[in-house]
Write a protein that binds this ligand. Structure first.
Ligand code: GAL
Length: 399
């Protein structure tokens, strides 16, 4: 009995090391060692860990029309497959009814784990109640899923900090803290009100800027300073474009200077930048923020049309989701110790207070976003292997 326990203990130690080796923060794919360890641990330990190959993972992504989700889906699929799982990956074309159908299909396929990035966080309670009835654990991926007790865990980035980085960047660039009597005109463009993340992004930025609005240092000529006023349905570029054209036409056609446009992500920043290019009469530099490191926006950053984006290494978000999924399928109850055990080389915090989905506070693994500008694209995006610098002088995503 003792010898068997000792073997299992040694094997577990080897597995922890190999998993640590497989997550170097650059390579999103588990190493072969991790896969061989998974298989051998199944063979050796005969523990309750079912054969990874028998575990089927259902992955529901919102859309391909927003660039980042193509990378999320690809990393998740590859990482789980490399670890020996069968994967069913769906994209729902940003159509809520389609995502409900896709998840119904995955449940009917008897997946052993669901990983879901919701189009509308309020729309999946019913379909996920079926997952709960069938004891299928659900990881809310990147976007929290609301008003359901079917969610086991949430994996995302610190969404409030994404917005805070945007607000701090503008405050620093404009020198708001030492503005004296100077005044600056700033406008806000928020995300999809159906996306639970969008409010966190907006609040993170507004919490930085609001004290300067209260002091009179920052003015919002359009008067649109609430999340409800600045949202962009489906994060749609053309919706952001037409809203900003209206703002410029209504409040800036008299020569009013615009100093900064705080946009919650790159797809909306693209529309705002187009509006400024076509409809802004001034010729001053305007600080424009974004998020995601979309290819078109990185080109705009290189060309000086956009000033920054907040980059989130979704390759690492996929690795965290893989290791969390493995622990859940192993019958474990993951907590903060998963971070240590997995040996992630990227930063991650275990949060058990910030994300109440209306049914419970959902234990969350939150990765750390980073501000990217023309000056650090090489270090943060090229040297890390997420992008390559093309012969055209612009960064292109590796996958
Ligand atoms: C958010 C996501 C961001 C943003 C947006 C568009 O939920 O966290 O990365 O880009 O969706 O997909």
């Amino acid at each position: 009995m003792k010898l068997k326990k000792l073997c299992a203990f040694v094997l577990a130690g080897m597995m922890a090391v190999s998993l640590a080796a497989c997550t170097d923060g650059n390579g999103p794919e588990p190493s072969k060692d991790a896969q061989s360890q998974t298989e051998s641990s199944n063979a050796e330990s005969g523990s309750q860990k079912t054969d990874a190959k028998g575990n089927k993972i259902g992955i529901s992504m919102p859309t391909k029309s927003l660039e980042r989700w193509n990378r999320d889906g690809s990393y998740l699929e590859k990482d789980f497959e490399k670890a020996g799982y069968n994967v069913a990956l769906t994209y729902s074309d940003n159509k809520i009814d389609q995502q409900v159908k896709d998840i119904e299909g995955l449940i009917a396929d008897k997946v052993d784990l669901l990983v879901v990035a919701a189009i509308d966080g309020e729309s999946l309670a019913q379909v996920l109640s079926e997952a709960k009835n069938q004891n299928i654990p659900v990881i809310a991926y990147d976007r929290l899923i609301m008003n359901t007790d079917a969610i086991s865990y949430y994996v995302s980035f610190d969404n409030y900090t994404v917005g805070k980085l945007q607000g701090e960047f503008v405050a620093d660039k404009l020198g708001l803290a030492n503005a004296g009597d100077k005044k600056f005109n700033v406008e806000f463009t928020g995300g999809d009100p159906a996306d639970n993340n969008a409010k966190f992004f907006f609040n993170g930025a507004m919490d930085v800027i609001k004290p300067y609005i209260d002091k009179g240092t920052v003015v919002v000529p359009s008067g649109q300073t609430t999340f409800e006023q600045v949202g962009t349905a489906q994060w749609d570029t053309s919706k952001a474009l037409s809203r900003f054209q209206n703002i410029l036409g209504s409040y800036y056609s008299n020569g009013t200077r615009l100093d900064a446009a705080i946009c919650s992500n790159d797809s909306t920043a693209l529309g705002v930048t187009q509006a400024i290019q076509s409809d802004y009469a001034g010729n001053n530099e305007i600080i424009i923020t974004g998020q995601d490191g979309d290819e078109a926006n990185l080109a705009n950053i290189i060309d000086g049309k956009q000033t920054m984006t907040v980059y989130k290494a979704v390759a690492n978000e996929a690795v965290a989701t893989l290791n969390l999924g493995e622990a859940i399928l192993n019958g474990e109850k993951p907590d903060a110790s998963l971070i240590e055990k997995s040996g992630w080389s990227f930063d991650c915090t275990y949060d058990t207070s910030s994300y109440n989905n209306g049914s419970a506070v959902i234990p969350s693994y939150l990765l750390v976003p980073v501000t990217v500008t023309k000056d650090n694209i090489q270090k943060e995006l090229i040297d890390t292997g997420y992008y390559t610098m093309g012969s055209d002088g612009y960064p292109h995503p590796v996958q």
